[in-house]
Write a protein that binds this ligand. Structure first.
Ligand code: NDP
Length: 314
């Protein structure tokens, strides 16, 4: 198998998992091809400071870190395809994937497609997305200078977004559906200490008020989870920070997944239910979801793919 569209290792995704897999596969002379996806660099490109990646004692900006990862993977011969995978047929090897309308074939496939922010599922959220509603404070926070905003969620993402937004907004209210945060203690403490952050407990957002053609959002209707009473909170921005879902739709019915859609890997490996298909990073990790764990499993996936190819070809 040696035509230009057949690859020994095809890697889907270019976040820390995908690019680390590429680095290792490239150094093993496997000329990996990386499909960069619709968000090259992955979720880190929409964050600001990364302070917890070992080796960067002063922190580094997320997008900068992904540039460094890419540079290192490229140095050893990684190749890149721009665009998204629109179809995947894993029924036989080589696996067949459609990227930007072209078929690519893969002897081994490393899935590192990551996860995407979850949304509330309200019709008004859809119509006002980009007009006052956002799922990414680091992308859109700048537009809320001197404004009042709310953040929905009670986990680390919500705390991080709330803290970040206080750089711009006059007040940030965190709307949480319970009266206890899920976030880690350090993130909670940071948010609680921030004088611009307030908490509104036991509420669910039921409706977002506003008009995309006219000034964006004006408020949110929240329902008290205990009394079911509804009230309106006036605000000019709503940030959804309620977790993520894995990007695995393409592989539904072809690979074993858990009830939330995360790809299941065999313990202590990156092997999926199909020989020759490996998964690394957030797409198979509902619990750690860190850049460093994604990179670690990316390394494992490349080594697993290399061993698989060796076993096939001797
Ligand atoms: P989590 O799943 O931890 O938290 C999601 C939050 O959103 C929960 O508080 C949940 O409420 C709430 N929620 C979920 N669905 C809804 C809904 N439909 N309506 C209203 N509220 C809802 O996700 P995160 O993205 O916050 O974090 C995921 C992982 O990433 C964690 O392991 C976290 O530690 C890590 N992380 C670490 C960071 C860091 O260390 N700098 C930064 C960001 C994330 P409830 O609590 O009631 O379930």
């Amino acid at each position: 198998m040696s035509d230009a569209n057949t690859h020994r290792v095809l890697i889907l995704g270019s976040g820390p998992a995908g690019l680390t897999a590429a680095l290792y596969a490239a150094r093993a002379n496997l000329s990996p091809m990386v499909v960069e996806g619709s968000q090259p660099g992955g979720q880190l490109t929409i964050t600001t400071d990364v302070e917890n990646y070992p080796g960067f004692p002063d922190g580094i900006l997320g997008p900068e870190m992904m540039e460094v990862f890419k540079k290192q993977a490229t140095r050893f011969g990684t190749r890149y395809l721009y665009g998204d995978v629109t179809a995947a047929d894993l029924s036989a090897r080589p696996f067949r994937l459609t990227v930007d309308g072209r078929e690519q074939r893969a002897e081994t496939l490393i899935i590192a497609t990551g996860a995407t922010a979850k949304l509330l599922g309200l019709p008004s959220e859809k119509t006002l997305m980009g007009y006052g509603v956002s799922a990414c404070a680091t992308c859109d926070g700048f537009f809320f200078k001197e404004k009042d905003v709310v953040v929905v969620g009670g986990g680390d993402t919500a705390m991080e977004e709330a803290n970040f937004l206080t750089k711009y907004a006059t007040r940030v209210r965190v709307l949480h559906r319970r009266d206890q945060l899920r976030a880690s203690k350090i993130m909670q403490d940071r948010a609680r200490r921030n004088p611009k952050i307030e908490f509104v407990w036991n509420v669910m957002v039921r409706e977002i008020l506003g008009d995309p053609q006219n000034c964006g959002i004006t408020g949110v209707v929240v329902e008290d989870t205990r009394t079911h009473e509804r009230r309106t909170l006036e605000t000019q921005g709503l940030f959804v920070a309620i977790g993520h879902e894995p990007n695995t739709k393409l592989f539904a019915g072809q690979l074993e997944m858990d009830e939330r859609g995360y790809i299941v890997t065999r313990p202590r490996t990156t092997e999926t239910s199909l020989p020759g298909v490996f998964a690394c990073g957030d797409v198979q990790d509902p619990s750690y979801r860190q850049a460093v764990t994604a990179a670690g499993t990316g390394c494992m996936a490349a080594i697993d793919a290399e061993r698989f190819l060796e076993a096939q070809h001797g």
